[in-house]
Design a protein around this ligand. Structure first.
Ligand code: WQD
Length: 343
């Protein structure tokens, strides 16, 4: 009997790519999503890629009753929890919405897991927990810094909630994956990043500028203490990131977890600057990218990249995509979006 994985936020960018990898590795999937920041057509596209069906429930997990009904309806063996509000800037404008949604949905899911004795939980955490790290690359032991936004704070506090739950409930195993900067799209160009409105993240803004939706890319600052003055990040292909979730689940299922709570950095270990993104994108696509240097963006970390030794050695996972392929898939996805009617 295949294991059934509940993927919350499964219609989202990382969730949808993770369903593809789960189904390709023999897992059955149930998706719970309230489609507040995603399009149901993404799930149809996922089924086109895998040729396999899965149940979809339109659920607001921050509503206790809806969450209870979901877990009563399905037999679930494990949960991968993506469902969350995720925009740094928006979280500063609407902190209570972020705390209510992200905390209530996580607490409701965990409560149902303890009720139904569901033993495995993978959490979508973020490198934002490291803030402006004193030493680079960051390891999982690098001290967590005070969050720079309510969004980052929800990730930090939820990791603490998970530790407390694992301390009390020894039969639950939890892995928190600290993502660096997910970019790119599935090589089939059937699914990819779907920013709502003006993209807040760099890569969708780059591809929308290249295709003519945006006039010019604004580079937020060029006076940082980095080789070319622009911020450095650890960009990782979304498919590599999706595969890390399967590896984390398989590691828990293998019974090899020593403690019942653990965290892993999921990045490439390669720092890339904004200007390097621009020059690499132009090289790969042969498109000229109009850009302008403007003021720094409040809350931006100057530089952060991962030491991924722990995930490499314990999960047997390593990022495979190089930057050129990451940007090429992002561009192919932008081009394919033009022909889709996904309003
Ligand atoms: C990357 C770099 C910007 C846009 C955040 C969250 C992280 C995750 C990803 C959700 C920075 C620069 C950006 C633009 C620019 N969130 N930039 N012009 O801020 O590193 O990470 O998004 O999953 O948890 O913290 O990503 O893509 O916004 O920015 O110059 O129009 O690109 O200054 O240096 P960030 P980003």
């Amino acid at each position: 009997m295949e294991k059934v994985v509940l993927v919350t936020g499964g219609a989202g960018y990382i969730g949808s790519h993770t369903i593809v990898e789960l189904q390709s590795n023999g897992f059955d999937v149930v998706v719970a999503d309230n489609f507040s920041n995603s399009n149901p057509k993404v799930l149809t596209a996922v089924q086109t890629i895998t040729g396999k069906k899965f149940a979809v429930e339109n659920v607001d997990l921050s509503d206790e009753k809806q969450c209870e009904q979901l877990f009563a309806k399905y037999h679930i063996d494990a949960v991968i929890h993506f469902a969350a509000k995720k925009y740094v800037g928006e979280s500063v404008e609407k902190p209570l919405e972020y705390y209510r949604n992200n905390f209530f949905s996580t607490i409701n899911v965990l409560a149902e897991m303890t009720k139904h004795n569901i033993p495995f939980f993978v959490f979508s955490s973020s490198c934002t927990v490291y803030g402006e790290a004193e030493t680079l690359p960051v390891t999982e032991q690098t001290p967590v810094q005070p969050a720079l936004s309510p969004y980052g704070n929800t990730k930090q506090v939820i990791e603490e909630i998970l530790k407390d739950v694992c301390h009390t409930h020894k039969d639950i195993q939890v892995i928190a994956l600290r993502y660096f900067n997910p970019i790119g799209a599935h090589p089939s160009a059937q699914i990819g990043e779907l920013p709502i409105g003006v993209p807040q993240n760099l890569i969708p803004y780059v591809t929308q500028t290249a295709i003519g939706i945006r006039e010019c890319l604004h580079v937020f600052g060029k006076t940082y203490h980095t080789p070319d003055g622009t911020c450095q990040r650890d960009y990782i292909h979304v498919v590599d990131l999706a595969k890390a979730h399967v590896k984390a689940l398989e590691y828990m299922l293998s019974g090899k977890m020593t403690d019942n709570f653990d965290v892993f950095n999921i990045g490439t270990g390669n720092p890339i600057s904004v200007l390097e993104i621009i020059t690499t994108f132009e090289k790969v696509t042969h498109k000229k990218l109009p850009y302008k240097i403007v003021d720094k963006r409040q809350g931006d970390v100057e530089k952060v990249w991962a030491d991924t030794t722990k995930a490499n050695q314990i999960l047997g996972w390593k990022a495979e995509y190089g930057l050129e392929d990451m940007l090429n898939t992002a561009w192919k996805w932008e081009l394919s979006l033009k022909n889709k009617k996904w309003e």
